[in-house]
Design a protein around this ligand. Structure first.
Ligand code: WT7
Length: 640
């Protein structure tokens, strides 16, 4: 595999960038020409941000798995596609070559078909980080079914909401999952999600933990049995379904500032081209390199940079089942040495948590194979950046700080390893094809710099191939959320700074979305969950700076009723949040209050609560317009 579109110098970047803006259609048509299409496009791009409607590679036909698997069989059949490292270091790792992976994907694609799954059907995947998860994802793509992976940390209620929204009739899960010390009973959670849910036709259960599970006759089947069945039927190959470039490839749910999570929809053609292009360029992947992204496939990072980006590039992708601190805080370094990992892509929160263990866990680790380091998910503070650079990269590995979102499908702003300069805690430059713009609250472009920096709301002017196409089942919501705040612009929800060289520094969300350990959580979602707890009258949730998580969740709760002390009541509320959303949404602090600061029209003044949670008591500002200014003093005094 060679990558003719891989940028090899700063000058080449500048040239590519210029060309991509001057003639985006020619630029992306040229990149796309290096993929396998059943039929070429009639037009490279048609778009407007008003409806919005974006069509890349119009009327082209393809199947992404032919690009991720079949096209590598000629030259790379025996190259490892997936290296899998289990949670328990004593258990043997697994290697799947491209030939193996192709075989298994076809096999499971036949299992899906045999169970009634058809093109366009939604398949919910709720599994731990085992190779079968990647196999299930690719098998869906093979037959044109739309996968919707749900992270293993979400509750039954969250799953039920997503199943309902996607009208998913098929589920692929495991008996359980290993994550560090924990065994997560995945199938039990699915069973809870399915109580009262009548439309799910089939649950396919893959064996991993041998946790006892209930299997409902007529609905639940074992992965292993189904595989045997298709073998007996002599179904080995599975021809790839021909997909339109704009057919949906998957739905991935993510949190917004209001209400329930929304199903972000990505399309086959553009997503394939863009994840491949950014993978090859940002990380400067070279054939034979081992790429290790520590994310879970339940998040977009895993979709784009464990599965589709690397595999479409014929790369070797390392999948790790466990967590960085199990059995000890040297686990990632052991994995790097064991497989001679070349690219390590992780999250600032993981770096900060490992920093907390000191340098001991790094002792005796070579880390000499590393060439490129990467971070994603939240702004990286300078201390963590330097620690990563010095102690992991040994000062020799460029660090790419990659900014993007579930909705963007792939990386939009980042330096390119060793090609464009890095700047600690700055995501730096837009990738080719990406046109950022900073605007003020009225949508006017920021043209005045203060101390050499422009500051504003980050928007993008024109589509890149992996831009969100719609929110599943509700296009209006897509329009309202991303394309209406500032007309004719895609609004990211992030604030940013730009320096005079054109580098961007993402400062964080400007909406009511929190970023906790790199996970996105809406404050409204957490409030809804807290409010479901008996005795809770009202609540308000804000973020506050947290040393390891980046942001912590601070909840102000009006509570009357219940028995037991405050601590027990807090624990009870946490249980409810865990049931409604999942453990990742549990507030770090719950302060009981008698009232919330509200305007005369009844709106909660979050700005004030945020200041209190951040311990910025002096900068609370004007409270005279409040219905009851006295409540602010009380809240300040009770601050946790
Ligand atoms: C939000 C998107 C896309 C991968 C994982 C998160 C924040 C992401 C960075 C970065 C500063 C970042 C933004 C963004 N974010 N990467 N390199 N520097 N902030 O995906 O769950 O869709 O969250 O994560 O606030 O809007 P996500």
């Amino acid at each position: 595999m060679s990558y003719p579109y891989q940028i090899k110098s700063l000058e080449a970047y500048q040239q590519a960038y210029k060309q991509s803006i001057e003639s985006p259609e020619n630029f992306w048509a040229d990149v796309a020409s290096h993929f396998h299409w059943r039929r070429k496009w009639d037009k490279t791009l048609e778009w407007n941000f008003t409806e919005p409607k974006v069509e890349w590679f119009k009327n082209a036909k393809l199947n992404i798995t032919e690009n991720c698997l079949d096209r590598h069989l000629k030259n790379l059949a025996n190259r490892p596609a997936i290296i899998w490292e289990p949670n328990d270091p004593e258990e043997h790792h697994r290697v799947l070559t491209y030939k193996d992976l192709h075989y298994k994907v076809c096999q499971f694609a036949n299992v899906l078909k045999n169970n009634g799954v058809k093109k366009g059907d939604r398949v919910c995947i709720y599994m731990g980080m085992i190779p079968e998860l990647a196999i299930a994802v690719l098998a869906c793509a093979r037959i044109g079914a739309i996968h919707s992976v749900i992270f293993g940390g979400f509750s039954a209620q969250s799953i039920a909401d997503r199943l309902q929204d996607a009208q998913a009739e098929y589920i692929v899960t495991c008996d359980g999952a290993y994550r560090g010390q924990k065994d997560i009973p995945l199938k039990n959670v699915i069973d809870d999600a399915l109580i009262g849910c009548r439309f799910v036709k089939r649950v396919i259960v893959c064996t991993r933990t041998r946790t006892p599970v209930s299997m409902l006759k007529g609905r639940d089947v074992w992965w292993e049995d189904e595989v045997k069945k298709v073998e007996t039927l002599g179904m080995f190959d599975c021809p790839a379904e021909e997909m339109d470039a704009e057919d949906p490839l998957f739905i991935l749910y993510t949190s917004g500032s209001t209400g329930k999570p929304k199903g972000v929809v990505h399309a086959c053609g553009g997503y394939m081209v863009y994840t491949n292009y950014t993978f090859v360029n940002v990380f400067q992947y070279q054939p034979g390199d081992i790429h290790f992204c520590t994310a879970d496939i339940g998040w977009i990072t895993g979709h784009s940079y464990i599965v589709y980006g690397p595999l479409s590039a014929g790369a070797t992708t390392l999948m790790f089942e466990g967590v960085p601190t199990y059995p000890d805080a040297g686990r990632l370094w052991d994995i790097v040495d064991k497989f001679r990992v070349n690219i390590l892509y992780t999250a600032p929160t993981a770096i900060r948590s490992l920093m907390g263990f000191g340098l001991g866990p790094l002792q005796g680790k070579k880390l000499t194979s590393l060439k490129t380091l990467g971070t994603v998910g939240e702004p990286i503070n300078e201390e963590a950046w330097h620690w990563f650079d010095e102690h992991v990269g040994k000062g020799k590995c460029p660090i790419v700080d990659t900014w993007w979102q579930t909705e963007t499908g792939g990386i939009l702003i980042s330096n390119m390893a060793g090609i464009t300069p890095s700047k600690p805690s700055w995501a730096t430059l837009p990738l080719p094809g990406v046109q950022p713009i900073l605007v003020d609250d009225r949508g006017e472009e920021i043209t005045e710099a203060v101390d050499g920096e422009f500051k504003g709301n980050l928007c993008i002017k024109a589509p890149w191939p992996a831009i969100i196409r719609t929110t599943y089942g509700d296009h209006e919501r897509c329009k309202k959320n991303y394309f209406s705040t500032y007309p004719e612009l895609y609004f990211t929800g992030d604030g940013a700074l730009k320096d005079e060289q054109g580098n961007y520094r993402i400062t964080g969300r400007v909406d009511d979305v929190l970023n906790v350990s790199g996970h996105r959580i809406g404050t409204a979602e957490v409030e809804n969950a807290i409010n479901m707890h008996a005795g809770v009258v009202e609540s308000a949730v804000v973020g506050y700076p947290h040393d390891i998580k980046g942001q912590g969740i601070y909840a102000f709760v009006i509570y009357n009723g219940g028995h037991g002390d405050d601590n027990l009541q807090r624990q009870n509320i946490l249980q409810t949040v865990t049931r409604i959303i999942g453990p990742i949404a549990k507030p770090d602090k719950i302060q009981f209050v008698s009232g919330l600061p509200k305007t005369r029209s009844g709106k909660i003044m979050r700005r004030i609560l945020r200041k209190i949670a951040e311990n910025e008591m002096e900068n609370i500002g004007d409270t005279s317009t409040l219905l009851d200014p006295g409540v602010v003093e009380e809240i300040k005094n009770g601050k946790l």
